[in-house]
Design a protein around this ligand. Structure first.
Ligand code: PLP
Length: 358
């Protein structure tokens, strides 16, 4: 609050209020950098995860033109800039894990950038990043390796898991901060061309007056997160597994996506046969359960998400996809509410479908 009121200084200025704001940004930088396992000077604050991803992909290729490879299941914040640059897409298997042999085939000395997310935003599935990095270093020695860790930071030790990455994107609103703030770690000696140019803030890597209050809030959230993460993971995982068990026990013809792979603690993703996601979401909302069909950007579209398509999920089944995600405020009562509302919703939709089919 002080940075929105009494201490509202521009960190680029020279007077006391400005210097205080600048110090607050620098102290925040130390906190977030440590959580990502990089030096403070290697961290650039951005206006969110999308901007961090765009800076990583487009900034890397502008600085060093060459071929781009990304996974087929990236968030659109990575996928769209990569596709704009003609990227080759590394496929995943039916469990949502990168096909390491195919990845290896796609890489060579002409590759300038490889972008593989740490955890997927629709399924929560976590990639074996050390193995991926070893393949990238061997096959594409001239490439920068970027990872979108936006979904990972709240639940995983990103500093350890992404220790081999040159570029790491994160977003404040996934870890308890506000929307519209994020960061990109650019590990030395990686060099990027800035996307936002002008005042030269963030050591010329992202011009524009920083969102001081948002950055301070992000650091406060991250500071709390690193201390509480292990216990929160256990607590939230228990709630999530209750959802999994309850749904599988009460609703016939449901697939729990990526059952046997490592996933973040917070996401339960299902494909419900003979039910359309949108109708499910509508009925769930009437019970105050706010869920998602896939990534929030693509809910509403009448085709399975690109993530499910890449995993080879039967398109008919994919139309009944449902992502139930938990967070730090989730409680047992929330789980109970889902386990009451969802079976009722599915039952109702299937019954009306049967009636329509005569
Ligand atoms: N990357 C992933 C994996 C995400 O889940 C999201 C947002 O949901 C983003 C990038 C974009 O982050 P932001 O919403 O901060 O722009």
């Amino acid at each position: 609050m002080p940075f929105l009121t009494t201490e509202f200084g521009n960190p680029s200025g020279a007077h006391r209020l400005a210097r205080d704001a600048n110090r607050a940004v620098d102290e925040s930088r130390e906190v977030v950098a440590e959580a990502l396992g990089v030096l403070p000077g290697e961290l650039v604050f951005t206006g969110g995860g999308t901007e961090a991803d765009n800076l990583a992909v487009l900034g890397a290729i502008e600085a060093r033109p060459g071929l781009v490879v990304c996974s087929a299941i990236e968030h659109h914040a990575v996928l769209d800039p990569c596709e704009k640059l003609g990227a080759a897409l590394a496929p995943v298997d039916s469990r949502g894990l990168i096909d390491l042999d195919r990845l290896e085939e796609l890489l060579d000395s002409e590759t300038s950038l490889v972008s593989i997310m740490l955890a997927n935003n629709e399924t929560g599935i976590v990639q074996p990043f050390h193995e991926i990095a070893a393949i990238v270093r061997k096959q594409a020695p001239n490439a920068l390796l970027h990872t979108d860790a936006v979904q990972a930071l709240a639940w995983l030790d990103v500093a350890a898991l992404a220790a081999d990455a040159d570029l790491i994107s994160v977003s404040a609103h996934k870890v308890g901060g506000t929307q519209g703030v994020g960061a990109l770690a650019i590990r030395e000696p990686a060099k990027l061309a800035a996307r936002a140019i002008g005042g030269g803030q963030e050591r010329g890597r992202r011009s524009g007056t920083q969102n001081v209050a948002g950055i301070v809030a992000m650091a406060a959230a991250v500071e709390e997160l690193v201390v509480t993460r292990d216990s929160e993971v256990l607590r939230v995982e228990r709630l999530r597994d209750q959802i999994r068990d309850g749904v599988l026990a009460t609703i016939p013809e449901v697939i729990y996506t990526g059952d046997d792979v490592t996933r973040t603690a917070n996401i339960a993703h299902f494909c419900v046969r003979d039910v359309e996601s949108e109708s499910m979401l509508f009925l769930l909302e009437r019970s105050d359960v706010f869920a998602s069909a896939a990534s929030s950007c693509s809910s509403g579209a009448m085709e399975p998400s690109h993530v499910l398509q890449a995993m080879g999920v039967d398109p008919k089944l994919g139309l009944g996809s449902l992502r139930l995600s938990l967070g730090h405020t989730s409680t047992q009562a929330d789980v109970d509410a889902v386990l009451t509302a969802l079976p009722q919703a599915v039952d109702r939709l299937r019954t009306s479908q049967e009636n329509q089919n005569g």
